[in-house]
Structure formats: C-alpha cells, structure tokens
Design a protein around this ligand. Structure first.
Ligand code: ADP
Length: 195
C-alpha cells in the first residue's frame, strides 16, 4: 500500500500521516524528516542540505532519491508506506513510479489535504513560535508556499493523468475531525483501515 499524502506546508501532512500509520499498518516516510535527521547528524550530505532546508529551497532530486530509496528498502516498508513531502515535483513522481514498477508496485492513492493560505500562514507562524524549526521563518515560509504552487501542484495533474485515485480532504478544523475525513476518503477509495 503506497499512499501519497499531498498538501502545502502547514496543511497537517505530518500529523495526519502519524495518525494513519496504524490504520494502514505501514510506516510514515517524511522526506523533510529524513533530511532534518541527516542535517542534525552532521554528515557531509547533512552539511550540504542544511542551508537549503533553512532557505526553504528544494534539495536536489539525486539526494532525495538516494535517501528515499534507502528508506523504502528498509524491512518495515516492505508492505508499503505513507509518503509525506514526496514526490514534490513531476520528475520525482516519475522517478517514484519507475522505482515502484521495478518491484511490481504502484502509488495506490493520493490524499490531498486542502487548507487555504491564511490558515496555512497562521499554522506555520505558530509552529515557528513553538518548535523553532530552522525553516519556519517568514522568508522560507513564503518560498515554500510559492514552490508548492509552482512545482508541486502539477504533481496532482500527473497522477490524475496516470489514473491514480486522487481524493481531496478538507484539512481545516480539529485534527481528529480531519483524521475521520481521511479515513472516510481511504475507505471510499476502497482501502480497508483498522480503525
Ligand atoms: P514543509 O512541507 O512544511 O515544507 P517538510 O518537512 O515536508 O516541510 O520539508 C522541509 C524541507 O525539506 C523543504 O522545504 C525542502 O527544503 C526539503 N524537502 C523535503 N522533501 C523534499 C523533496 N521531496 N524534494 C526536495 N526537497 C525536499
């Protein structure tokens, strides 16, 4: 089961992904978290990506593909994964399809968390105050939202044209209400969940 969780920065992908890992029995794979962990451990790759993360730019595809490939080969991902923050561009989506096809797999469903920009800004600004993530500063937030509109939204058209089920979910309001909508969307797309 490969589920792509899609939505702009601040739409709640990380929170919802954590909540559905159990329901789907597959791990949450966040490229943002993989990159932050790499930056925190101070490897050569970490030094390369840290300034990109801080500025809110996109890390080169080759780096992402390396980290993601390694993560999807881990035993716990044999049954699938909930992908959060990836694919973020059409070339990344094509690369993922190729990688999955060699293993006889495919993206099964794309869930889109829909949240308007004023709410996104509010959420990202309050996360900046609470979590001190290096990229939750005004310039980086603006960059990530613009990048999402320009480079990431076309990924949805790509999946639609490939015939992958794409389900929109209202991402506003209480996190438990959003979770229930996510579960409904999964079940309406024909996936059985365990809660
Ligand atoms: P957000 O969705 O709030 O921007 P993420 O944790 O998904 O947060 O990503 C944080 C940063 O990690 C991004 O701004 C970008 O620099 C980098 N990143 C994450 N995923 C990718 C990706 N698939 N391709 C390129 N860069 C990425």
């Amino acid at each position: 089961m490969i589920c792509v969780l899609f939505g702009p920065p601040g739409s709640g992908k990380g929170t919802q992904a954590e909540m559905i890992t159990q329901a789907l029995g597959v791990p949450h794979v966040s490229t943002g978290e993989l990159l932050r962990a790499e930056a925190a451990t101070g490897t050569a790759l970490g030094h390369e990506v840290a300034p990109v993360l801080e500025a809110g730019g996109l890390v080169p595809d080759a780096v992402i593909e390396h980290l993601l490939g390694r993560r999807l080969e881990a035993p716990d991902a044999a049954a699938g994964a909930i992908l959060d923050g990836y694919p973020r561009t059409v070339p990344q989506a094509r690369d993922l399809d190729g990688r999955l096809a060699t293993a006889g797999r495919r993206v099964d469903v794309v869930l889109v968390l829909e949240v308007g920009e004023p709410t996104l800004m509010e959420r990202l600004n309050s996360r900046a105050a609470e979590q001190h993530r290096a990229d939750d500063n005004p310039a980086s937030i603006a960059e990530r939202l613009a990048e999402h509109r320009l480079l990431t939204e076309p990924v949805l058209d790509y999946y639609r044209s490939e015939g992958v089920p794409v389900r929109e979910v209202d991402g506003t309001g209480d996190i438990h209400a959003v979770h229930r909508r996510v579960l409904q969307a999964l079940s309406s797309a024909g996936f059985r969940t365990s809660d």
